[in-house]
Design a protein around this ligand. Structure first.
Ligand code: G3H
Ligand code: ZN
Length: 273
Protein backbone atom coordinates (compact mmCIF):
# COMPACT_ATOMS: atom_id res chain seq x y z
CA UNK A 1 0.00 0.00 0.00
CA UNK A 2 2.45 2.67 -1.11
CA UNK A 3 0.78 5.69 -2.78
CA UNK A 4 -2.38 6.37 -0.77
CA UNK A 5 -4.77 9.35 -0.95
CA UNK A 6 -4.69 11.55 2.15
CA UNK A 7 -8.42 10.96 2.71
CA UNK A 8 -7.73 7.23 3.24
CA UNK A 9 -5.41 8.07 6.14
CA UNK A 10 -8.19 9.72 8.17
CA UNK A 11 -9.21 6.46 9.80
CA UNK A 12 -5.62 5.47 10.59
CA UNK A 13 -3.89 6.09 13.90
CA UNK A 14 -3.56 9.91 14.19
CA UNK A 15 -1.67 12.10 13.44
CA UNK A 16 -0.32 12.39 9.90
CA UNK A 17 3.01 14.20 9.52
CA UNK A 18 3.27 16.16 6.26
CA UNK A 19 6.76 17.11 5.11
CA UNK A 20 7.57 19.55 2.31
CA UNK A 21 9.54 18.34 -0.69
CA UNK A 22 11.75 20.76 -2.61
CA UNK A 23 14.09 18.35 -4.39
CA UNK A 24 14.09 14.60 -4.87
CA UNK A 25 16.46 14.13 -1.88
CA UNK A 26 13.68 15.43 0.39
CA UNK A 27 11.25 12.78 -0.89
CA UNK A 28 13.87 10.04 -0.51
CA UNK A 29 14.79 11.17 3.04
CA UNK A 30 11.15 11.36 4.15
CA UNK A 31 10.20 7.98 2.64
CA UNK A 32 13.25 6.32 4.22
CA UNK A 33 12.30 7.69 7.65
CA UNK A 34 8.68 6.62 7.19
CA UNK A 35 9.79 3.09 6.34
CA UNK A 36 12.22 2.97 9.28
CA UNK A 37 9.49 4.03 11.72
CA UNK A 38 6.54 2.28 10.03
CA UNK A 39 4.60 5.58 9.88
CA UNK A 40 2.28 6.90 7.19
CA UNK A 41 3.48 10.26 5.85
CA UNK A 42 2.57 12.97 3.38
CA UNK A 43 4.99 14.29 0.75
CA UNK A 44 3.80 17.77 -0.11
CA UNK A 45 4.94 20.15 -2.80
CA UNK A 46 4.12 23.83 -2.39
CA UNK A 47 3.36 26.34 -5.12
CA UNK A 48 6.60 28.08 -4.05
CA UNK A 49 8.57 24.88 -4.72
CA UNK A 50 6.87 24.60 -8.12
CA UNK A 51 7.91 28.20 -8.85
CA UNK A 52 11.51 27.28 -7.96
CA UNK A 53 11.50 24.38 -10.44
CA UNK A 54 9.53 26.25 -13.11
CA UNK A 55 6.86 23.54 -13.35
CA UNK A 56 5.16 20.86 -11.24
CA UNK A 57 5.66 17.79 -13.40
CA UNK A 58 9.33 16.82 -12.82
CA UNK A 59 9.30 17.12 -9.01
CA UNK A 60 5.68 15.93 -8.83
CA UNK A 61 6.41 12.76 -10.79
CA UNK A 62 9.51 12.19 -8.65
CA UNK A 63 7.46 12.42 -5.44
CA UNK A 64 4.76 10.14 -6.86
CA UNK A 65 7.44 7.61 -7.86
CA UNK A 66 9.08 7.66 -4.43
CA UNK A 67 5.65 7.18 -2.83
CA UNK A 68 4.75 4.31 -5.17
CA UNK A 69 7.96 2.48 -4.26
CA UNK A 70 7.51 2.86 -0.48
CA UNK A 71 6.54 -0.04 1.79
CA UNK A 72 4.38 2.21 4.01
CA UNK A 73 1.42 4.44 3.04
CA UNK A 74 2.63 7.71 1.51
CA UNK A 75 0.29 10.46 0.26
CA UNK A 76 1.32 13.09 -2.28
CA UNK A 77 -0.30 16.50 -1.74
CA UNK A 78 -0.13 19.95 -3.36
CA UNK A 79 0.56 22.58 -0.67
CA UNK A 80 -0.52 26.26 -0.58
CA UNK A 81 -1.75 26.47 -4.17
CA UNK A 82 -3.34 29.77 -5.10
CA UNK A 83 -3.55 28.84 -8.79
CA UNK A 84 -6.51 26.80 -9.99
CA UNK A 85 -4.47 25.74 -13.05
CA UNK A 86 -1.84 24.26 -10.73
CA UNK A 87 -4.56 22.39 -8.81
CA UNK A 88 -5.84 20.97 -12.12
CA UNK A 89 -2.33 19.88 -13.10
CA UNK A 90 -1.77 18.14 -9.74
CA UNK A 91 -5.07 16.28 -10.13
CA UNK A 92 -4.10 15.18 -13.65
CA UNK A 93 -0.69 13.98 -12.42
CA UNK A 94 -2.30 11.75 -9.77
CA UNK A 95 -1.96 13.72 -6.53
CA UNK A 96 -4.50 12.42 -4.02
CA UNK A 97 -5.13 15.81 -2.40
CA UNK A 98 -4.48 19.51 -2.81
CA UNK A 99 -4.48 22.58 -0.60
CA UNK A 100 -6.26 25.47 -2.28
CA UNK A 101 -5.13 28.51 -0.31
CA UNK A 102 -7.55 31.39 -0.79
CA UNK A 103 -6.93 32.68 2.73
CA UNK A 104 -5.59 36.03 1.51
CA UNK A 105 -8.81 36.74 -0.45
CA UNK A 106 -11.90 38.51 0.90
CA UNK A 107 -14.05 35.96 2.79
CA UNK A 108 -16.86 35.66 0.22
CA UNK A 109 -14.40 35.14 -2.62
CA UNK A 110 -12.48 32.60 -0.53
CA UNK A 111 -15.73 30.63 -0.02
CA UNK A 112 -16.89 30.80 -3.65
CA UNK A 113 -13.57 29.89 -5.25
CA UNK A 114 -12.80 27.15 -2.72
CA UNK A 115 -16.26 25.60 -3.17
CA UNK A 116 -15.78 25.43 -6.93
CA UNK A 117 -12.29 23.85 -6.54
CA UNK A 118 -13.82 21.29 -4.15
CA UNK A 119 -16.53 20.38 -6.70
CA UNK A 120 -13.99 19.76 -9.45
CA UNK A 121 -11.53 17.90 -7.20
CA UNK A 122 -14.23 15.66 -5.73
CA UNK A 123 -15.35 14.69 -9.24
CA UNK A 124 -11.79 13.37 -9.67
CA UNK A 125 -11.75 11.69 -6.23
CA UNK A 126 -9.23 14.22 -4.90
CA UNK A 127 -9.43 15.67 -1.38
CA UNK A 128 -9.12 19.40 -0.68
CA UNK A 129 -7.51 21.25 2.21
CA UNK A 130 -8.24 24.95 2.69
CA UNK A 131 -7.19 27.62 5.17
CA UNK A 132 -9.31 29.94 7.24
CA UNK A 133 -7.75 32.72 9.32
CA UNK A 134 -4.55 33.61 7.50
CA UNK A 135 -1.53 31.88 9.11
CA UNK A 136 1.44 34.27 9.06
CA UNK A 137 4.93 33.92 7.70
CA UNK A 138 4.13 32.96 4.09
CA UNK A 139 5.41 36.35 2.93
CA UNK A 140 8.23 36.44 5.47
CA UNK A 141 6.13 38.48 7.90
CA UNK A 142 5.33 36.52 11.06
CA UNK A 143 1.81 36.94 12.40
CA UNK A 144 1.39 34.40 15.20
CA UNK A 145 -1.52 36.52 16.48
CA UNK A 146 -3.95 35.34 13.75
CA UNK A 147 -6.76 33.11 15.10
CA UNK A 148 -9.55 31.07 13.51
CA UNK A 149 -12.97 31.31 15.16
CA UNK A 150 -14.58 27.83 15.69
CA UNK A 151 -18.08 28.90 14.57
CA UNK A 152 -16.66 30.59 11.43
CA UNK A 153 -14.64 27.44 10.75
CA UNK A 154 -17.69 25.15 10.99
CA UNK A 155 -19.68 27.46 8.69
CA UNK A 156 -16.78 27.61 6.21
CA UNK A 157 -16.52 23.82 6.02
CA UNK A 158 -20.29 23.54 5.48
CA UNK A 159 -20.22 26.22 2.75
CA UNK A 160 -17.19 24.87 0.85
CA UNK A 161 -17.22 21.09 1.41
CA UNK A 162 -13.47 20.95 2.14
CA UNK A 163 -12.03 17.71 3.51
CA UNK A 164 -9.28 19.19 5.75
CA UNK A 165 -9.03 22.61 7.36
CA UNK A 166 -5.88 24.59 8.17
CA UNK A 167 -6.48 26.85 11.15
CA UNK A 168 -4.61 29.74 12.77
CA UNK A 169 -3.84 28.83 16.39
CA UNK A 170 -0.57 30.65 17.15
CA UNK A 171 1.99 29.22 14.72
CA UNK A 172 3.65 31.10 11.87
CA UNK A 173 5.47 29.84 8.78
CA UNK A 174 9.24 29.47 8.39
CA UNK A 175 10.28 30.28 11.95
CA UNK A 176 13.90 29.45 12.75
CA UNK A 177 13.25 29.40 16.49
CA UNK A 178 10.87 26.87 18.03
CA UNK A 179 9.11 29.15 20.47
CA UNK A 180 5.66 29.73 18.92
CA UNK A 181 2.95 29.68 21.57
CA UNK A 182 -0.03 27.58 20.51
CA UNK A 183 -3.52 28.19 21.84
CA UNK A 184 -4.38 24.63 22.98
CA UNK A 185 -7.78 25.62 24.31
CA UNK A 186 -8.68 27.03 20.88
CA UNK A 187 -7.44 23.84 19.18
CA UNK A 188 -9.77 21.79 21.39
CA UNK A 189 -12.72 24.09 20.60
CA UNK A 190 -11.96 23.92 16.86
CA UNK A 191 -11.71 20.12 17.09
CA UNK A 192 -15.14 19.99 18.74
CA UNK A 193 -16.76 22.41 16.26
CA UNK A 194 -15.25 21.35 12.92
CA UNK A 195 -16.33 18.05 11.32
CA UNK A 196 -13.15 17.54 9.25
CA UNK A 197 -9.50 16.92 10.29
CA UNK A 198 -7.53 20.00 11.35
CA UNK A 199 -4.16 20.98 9.88
CA UNK A 200 -1.34 22.74 11.73
CA UNK A 201 0.88 24.88 9.49
CA UNK A 202 4.18 26.46 10.47
CA UNK A 203 5.00 23.54 12.76
CA UNK A 204 8.77 24.14 12.57
CA UNK A 205 8.34 27.02 15.00
CA UNK A 206 6.65 24.79 17.59
CA UNK A 207 8.68 22.97 20.27
CA UNK A 208 8.52 19.16 20.34
CA UNK A 209 6.40 18.91 23.49
CA UNK A 210 3.94 21.48 22.12
CA UNK A 211 3.60 19.56 18.85
CA UNK A 212 2.65 16.46 20.82
CA UNK A 213 0.21 18.53 22.91
CA UNK A 214 -1.33 20.01 19.73
CA UNK A 215 -2.00 16.47 18.49
CA UNK A 216 -3.58 15.52 21.82
CA UNK A 217 -5.77 18.65 21.61
CA UNK A 218 -7.07 17.66 18.15
CA UNK A 219 -4.64 18.55 15.36
CA UNK A 220 -4.38 15.80 12.74
CA UNK A 221 -2.10 16.82 9.83
CA UNK A 222 1.13 18.44 10.98
CA UNK A 223 2.97 20.42 8.27
CA UNK A 224 6.74 20.65 8.70
CA UNK A 225 9.20 22.21 6.24
CA UNK A 226 11.77 24.64 7.67
CA UNK A 227 12.94 22.26 10.40
CA UNK A 228 13.99 19.70 7.76
CA UNK A 229 15.87 22.31 5.75
CA UNK A 230 17.72 23.47 8.87
CA UNK A 231 19.13 19.97 9.33
CA UNK A 232 19.78 19.42 5.62
CA UNK A 233 21.63 22.72 5.20
CA UNK A 234 23.65 22.39 8.42
CA UNK A 235 24.92 19.03 7.25
CA UNK A 236 25.78 20.29 3.74
CA UNK A 237 27.58 23.28 5.29
CA UNK A 238 29.66 20.98 7.52
CA UNK A 239 30.66 18.65 4.68
CA UNK A 240 31.63 21.54 2.39
CA UNK A 241 33.54 23.24 5.22
CA UNK A 242 35.42 20.04 6.04
CA UNK A 243 36.22 19.29 2.39
CA UNK A 244 36.96 22.56 0.55
CA UNK A 245 38.07 20.78 -2.64
CA UNK A 246 34.98 18.53 -2.83
CA UNK A 247 33.21 18.64 -6.21
CA UNK A 248 30.85 15.64 -6.39
CA UNK A 249 27.41 16.89 -5.19
CA UNK A 250 26.44 13.38 -4.12
CA UNK A 251 28.83 13.67 -1.17
CA UNK A 252 27.14 16.72 0.38
CA UNK A 253 23.59 16.11 -0.89
CA UNK A 254 23.80 12.56 0.45
CA UNK A 255 24.95 13.80 3.86
CA UNK A 256 22.14 16.38 3.85
CA UNK A 257 19.62 13.69 2.92
CA UNK A 258 20.80 11.44 5.77
CA UNK A 259 20.61 14.30 8.30
CA UNK A 260 17.13 15.21 7.09
CA UNK A 261 15.95 11.62 7.27
CA UNK A 262 17.16 11.30 10.88
CA UNK A 263 15.23 14.46 11.81
CA UNK A 264 12.08 13.22 10.04
CA UNK A 265 12.24 9.94 11.99
CA UNK A 266 12.74 11.87 15.25
CA UNK A 267 9.77 14.15 14.50
CA UNK A 268 7.55 11.19 13.63
CA UNK A 269 8.30 9.71 17.07
CA UNK A 270 7.60 13.06 18.76
CA UNK A 271 4.19 13.26 17.03
CA UNK A 272 3.35 9.66 17.89
CA UNK A 273 3.68 10.74 21.55
O1 G3H B 1 2.68 24.24 4.48
C1 G3H B 1 3.80 24.03 4.99
C2 G3H B 1 4.06 24.31 6.40
O2 G3H B 1 3.09 25.04 6.98
C3 G3H B 1 5.46 24.35 6.88
O3 G3H B 1 5.78 25.43 7.72
O4 G3H B 1 8.24 25.69 7.33
O5 G3H B 1 7.16 26.62 9.33
O6 G3H B 1 7.41 24.17 9.10
P1 G3H B 1 7.23 25.48 8.41
ZN1 ZN C 1 1.82 26.10 5.42
Amino acid sequence: MPLVPLREMIDGPAPVPAFNVIQVEHAEAIAAAAQATGASVVLQISENAVRYHGSLRPIGVAALSVAAAASVPVAVHLDHATSEDLVREAVELGFGSVMFDASALPHNENVTRTASVVLRCHEAGVGVEAELGEIGGKDGVHAPGARTDPDDAAAYVAATGVDFLAVAVGSSHAMLTRDAELDFELIARLHAAVPVPLVLHGSSGVADEHLAAAVRAGMWKINIATQLNKHFTASVRTVLGDHPTLVDPRRYLGAGRDAMSAEVARLIRVLEG
